[in-house]
Structures are given as structure tokens and as C-alpha cells.
Design a protein. Sequence first.
Length: 534
Amino acid sequence: MNPVQETPLLACGRLLSAVTCLAAAAPSCLALRAWARMISERELLRRAEALAAGLIPPYAPTACPECVVLFSRHVEDEDPSRLILKTKCHAFFDSILGFISAGWTSEQRVLVSHRLDRTHLLCRQCNPRGKTLEEKGNTEPAFNFACRGICSALAASLQDRMGRHDKGFASKRGRWPVTPKQLFPGGPERTLDGLVGLLRARVCVEPVIIHLVTAHRPLAFPVLLQPENRGRIIAEVIARANDVSSSIRSDIAKLRPPVIPAVREAIGRRHLEPHEPCIFLLYIFGFGADCMPNDKVDFMSPHETDIFAALHDLLGCLESPNDAHEPLAYVAAYLWSVLPKSRRAALGCQEMPAYARAIDEQSTLMRADPYLSLRHFLALRVERRDCHGPDCKKQVHDKQTPGAFSRCGKCRTVQYCSRDCQRADWTDVAFPHKAICDMLQELLAFTTFAVDDDVFADACRAHSFPLERVDRLIEWATRGETWSRYAQGGDVVQKPGPELYALIDKLATSSEVQQDVAKLMSSIGIQYPASPAA
């Protein structure tokens, strides 16, 4: 059995926010407080415009890197300031994104670091006493230092104030980015190629890549799927996972045994934390918002064995991989499930790893509880940002007018690109929203999708939400790809894919065998032969 086939999509908000924090540099608290006091709207805009001008052209910047970082940290931390700049100073975001995506060679990074060092030494605000770099204790290249601050500001600005990514471009308030050109200067290929180049150079651009894919997957992900970019990212993920594993083992080997679990976990966290966002890219690409079923295969194939070996080794060095590093365990468990037995044997991993067993047990518990299953499958539907009209595949990025798609005015759960799609869905033959909407309103009268899984399930039990409605909503949420039989005492059944039907057709060589197969599959609620819609 695939141990992760029906496991809930793991919540990754914690790591998404942590990714932004990791990007941020750490200037002194006094410096941050001084900048926090600065700031009238006029002064905010003046400084933003000055810094924007100081980063153009990217290869000859005149801005002080510490000023860039301090201002970027202010933009990251102060929501009102960020909203003002996104509305009134697009030039700031255009310039910092243009700077990090300029397509840097190693020689150019070195030259610009020297140039930034000189501007910092001459800056009266950041270096009023004229200290040398040695006296200031600067060890990180100035280019890397500036990029970390820039990426923290960009990552925070690619979400709305609630941390959501539900809109495309053309904000009603004119907030940056209002066009794809602003977000992808020179086009998606040029922008993402530049970012992947910095990723390989271990400049901290992971937060920007993660939020670009999360917010604008239709534009960003196809570029990252291109063979060169895909190969560079996979090579970097494997290299970093191997480096972290080696560093953890080296530090633990220096300690007198036995090493207590808390110490092992602290060592693991210290070494993994700077690199976890890079490895986390695999989760975003394969299991993140708006992903399609084949995305993980398209991105990781044919490197599944090498990726699994690196992640499995890394997770073996961590004390609590399922608790603190769930997305990494999830990716590794998926990879183990798709590896042929011969490759598992070659890696010495014939038996299901402990972290995969834990995920499988979590999946079993979910399937045993109708309300946990309902929470899982409804969340997958609600988190999608495409139009819910029957047979409509339009994404929010295809929308020509400002804002997100309009939601159903009653249940507020699904969204539509047009009134025509909404009307068609209201009377849809398979899943008429007229009926589904009533069920959702009944459910959301006593709970929300914002609460934890257990709280959601307990609320459903307390209000005796009918199991017949649970079955119907699960089937609706997955467009008929998954259904349940909780009202009849069963659990979740996943609809077979076309590959299984093709295999059965090949093996069922007589009408008698086909009839036997049809009876067997009917007993578990699966139609064979497949209907035309299957």
C-alpha cells in the first residue's frame, strides 16, 4: 500500500513563515528600533525611492547594503509600511526583485560585494565612526547579506496581510505586483533562471522561489520543470541534504555517548535550519497549493532513488522527523512508496521506514474517523484557486480584472470566474451546488476550516452531522475521484486511475473473467468497466 496516498496535505504555514524569517539578516536590535521610529509615510517613500535608485543598475549599485537590509526588515515586519509601499512605490519592489534575478555569475557577485563594501564604509548612517570591515566584524559577502534582506521583504510582500495567496494580478488598490512583468522582469524564464542560479550559489533566495510558486504556480512551475532548472534544483537539494547529514553525524561523534535525544534534536535542528527551505522546495513542487497529481512525478523523475537516499539518510539523523520536519518526511515516504523493491533492497530499506509508518498510521486514523476525512478532503477543495464551474479549468491568473475570483455568496467555499460558471455549477448533474451549498452551510454554521482537525471533528460529532452528508461532500470535494461509505459502516475508497483499468482489460481475456471482476469491484463501490467520465 502506498503509505501516503490518502494522508492529509500537511500544513506548511509554519515552515512558510519560518522560511521568510530565515531569509532575514540580523542587524542589531538598536538599529531596528531606530528604523522603526523613523517613519512617516513621506519619509518611508523617500527612503524606498532612494534605495530603489541605489540598486539600479544591479551590477553597479550605490546603495549601502546595511541600509538595504534594515529597510527590508522594516518592510517585512511592519504590515502598514508594506501596504503603503506596495501601493505607492512599485519602484522599490521592482528594483529589489530585478537585483536578485539579474543573472549573476560568481565573478559578478564578488565584484558587486566589493562595491557594496565600499558604499557601506562611506555610509554616514550605518558607519558614522568610519570603522573598517575588520573592526565591524563583517564576514559574510555583502552581496549575500543584501540578498537575504531583500528576499525577506519580497517573501512577505508576495502574500496578503492574512498570509494568503488567493489573487492573481491587477489589485483593486493598485498593489504591487499588478502585472506579470513586474513579478517576472524579463519574463518567467529569465527571472527564475536567475533565482535558481543564486540557489546553487547558496544565496538565500528560497523564500522568493517558494512564494512565487505558491502564489503564481501556473507561471512559475513550468519554468522550474525545464530540464536544466529541474536538474540544478535536484542536485542542490541532494547536496544540501548530504551536507546536513554529514555535519550532524560529525558533531554527534564528538560527544561522549550516550547522547540524549534533546541534544541530538538540537544538533539536527541547528544544522538543518539554514538548508531546510531549499529541501522544502520538493514539498512545494509536489504537494503544494494548486499542484496537479503528476507534478511530483514530473519534477522528481527519474531521480527518485537519489533523492530518497539523501532524504532518508537525513531523516535518520533527526530525533523527531515526523514532529518537527513533517514535509520532508512526507516527501521521503512518498518516494519510498514508488521505488521498486529492487531499489529499496539496494538501499538497504526493504521495510517501510519509521517515519513512513507514522504517516501511514496517521492516514489510517484519518480514514477511521469520518469527520477527520471530511476535514481533509474539504480542505483540499477549498484551498484550490481555480474556477469551480463544471469543466472550467480557468486559474485566477487568467482573470483580466482586479482581485480574486468571486465566491459563492451563501457558503463562501467555492469560487467562480463568471456568472455563467456559477449558474452551470448550481444545476450541475453530478454535483449540483444548489444541494452541496445547503450541506456546506449546515456544516459551517458550527465550525470553520480554520480550526485544528480534532476541533473540527469534535464539533461535527457534537452536532451529529449526518454521515450521509459526509459521504456526499467527500465525493463532491474530489470531483468523484474519491468517495466514502461511512453511512454504511465503511471508510474511504479511492477511484482507480486509468492505468488500473487498462491492466484489468489486458488480463481479463474472457467475458466470464470480466464479469467476475465487475462483481468484485462493485462490492467495494467501484464501477467496472469504467464509465466514460472515468
